[in-house]
Design a protein around this ligand. Structure first.
Ligand code: URA
Length: 435
């Protein structure tokens, strides 16, 4: 078999066989197939797609590229959560300690930022001391000990995805249903979850731009889940404007901690409660979705979820003094407000554009080996539909470089659109797909 023939087949829009897919996934994982060849193949898949069978075969080959964890020793139903990516998406930081505080074991392997979206691992690493790269045995021990562990993708689990994910990011091949479905489901299968709740984001700051695409991606992942005997539920959520107010790694940690202490932006709250209710349901901790939401809220109000988050951070080497006193969190050198120049109503805050601006400030990678600046980002002071007057603060830019600050300031002022008419709020939860 030759990789050049496989690339050529996909360029000609032909179906790849199971053996061809296994050949390229194994060859790339063990370094026998060159990165530029895989980049060419990914681009061909990105442009010409894959059918259902190919996507399933790709997922299974990626899951089998490393160990498949068996978490049955934990004795309870392991329910995992994953998002297809968003801007300001700090849901995992809040939701996972929350469900853990209600007795659902959480063994979560997260990703780094991809394209214009952020990644939970980059956010966790902005907490001084937090170790995202730990041995698998330790990962399981942590879940046994405190009911939760959140780590980055280790080389042992779905290593093919780790390499493909970073490569896709560096060649602008992220927004593809077969590549996203196989990336997410291979990780979930390898990390041992028996049941999976997926946050399928849709809109400007998501990889899926409309409900039809989001539904297609959801159905693809649910089907893969069925074949792998992993019950999967997809919640479709709105990502037209950033979720919550903060965008940027340590800024999102700060917002997550404030949320856990009771300061909950509406949109973020809805996503956390919806996903959490389905996680409880799949874990057999409560059949009724509305009642589950009430139980989740109780554990936010009584601070059990907040204390679980502190326990998680401490158990993974993080210094919780930064969280119990948020003023201690490392800050950017410049924190600059931007002001409204009009009276009216906030019409649009395009989350993709905001994600890109946060990238310019240094929170994202250009090349996969780049490091990022955890302290920079944007904290919005408004949500779409808010009424504003001339001189009101629209947002704060957190920057470490004066030139970048200037550039982002001009662009951000253009990106926060204000209309004279009052607008209707869009829904946050757009659908639930179970089959
Ligand atoms: N999240 C993933 O893990 N993979 C993708 O491809 C997109 C979002």
């Amino acid at each position: 078999m030759r990789i050049t023939d496989i690339i050529e087949k996909k360029i000609k829009k032909q179906e790849l066989t199971k053996q061809e897919i296994e050949y390229f996934v194994t060859g790339y994982t063990n370094g026998e197939i060159k990165e530029y060849q895989v980049a060419a193949l990914l681009m061909a898949i990105f442009l010409n797609g894959m059918n259902h069978q190919e996507t399933t075969n790709l997922t299974i080959a990626m899951a089998n590229s490393g160990k498949i964890l068996d978490l049955s020793t934990l004795g309870e139903i392991i329910v995992d959560k994953h998002s297809t990516g968003g801007v300001g998406d700090k849901v995992s930081l809040i939701l996972l300690p929350l469900v853990s505080s209600l007795g659902v074991p959480v063994a979560k392997m997260s990703g780094r930022g991809l394209g214009f979206t952020g990644g939970t691992v980059d956010k966790l690493e902005s907490i001084p001391g937090y170790q995202t790269q730990i041995e698998i045995n330790q990962f399981i021990k942590n879940v046994e000990k405190i009911g939760i562990s959140m780590i980055s993708q280790t080389l042992d689990l779905a290593p093919a995805d780790k390499k493909l994910y970073a490569l896709r990011d560096s060649i602008s091949c992220v927004e593809s249903i077969p590549l996203i479905a196989s990336s997410i489901m291979s990780k979930k299968i390898a990390s041992g979850a028996q049941k999976i709740v997926l946050d399928v984001t849709v809109g400007k700051g998501a990889f899926m731009k409309d409900i039809e695409q989001a539904t297609q991606l959801s159905k693809t992942m649910i089907e893969i889940g069925k074949l792998a005997n992993r019950q999967t539920i997809c919640i479709i959520t709105n990502m037209n404007e950033p979720l919550g107010y903060a965008i940027g790694n340590s800024l999102e940690v700060i917002e997550a901690v404030k949320f856990l202490k009771g300061d909950m932006p509406q949109d973020l709250k809805q996503v956390v409660l919806e996903l959490g209710s389905y996680m409880l349901k799949l874990a057999k901790k409560g059949e009724d979705i509305e009642k589950n939401k009430i139980r989740l809220l109780e554990n936010l109000e009584n601070k059990k979820a907040y204390h679980k988050f502190l326990e998680l951070v401490e158990n993974q080497g993080g210094d919780i003094r930064y969280l119990t006193d948020l003023k201690k969190m490392p800050k950017a050198s410049y924190i600059e407000p931007i002001y409204s120049k009009k009276n009216g109503y906030i019409q649009q805050i395009d989350s993709k554009k905001i994600g890109e601006l946060v990238g310019i400030l240094g929170a994202k990678r250009e090349k996969k080996e780049d490091s990022i600046d955890a302290k920079v980002g944007i904290v919005l002071n408004q949500k779409v539909t808010n009424q504003v007057k001339i001189g009101d603060v629209l947002a704060y830019i957190h920057a470490n470089d004066e030139e970048k600050l200037k550039e982002v300031k001009i662009k951000l002022e253009e990106e926060i659109k204000i209309s004279e008419q009052k607008l209707e709020k869009e829904k946050t939860i757009l659908g639930v797909i179970t089959k």
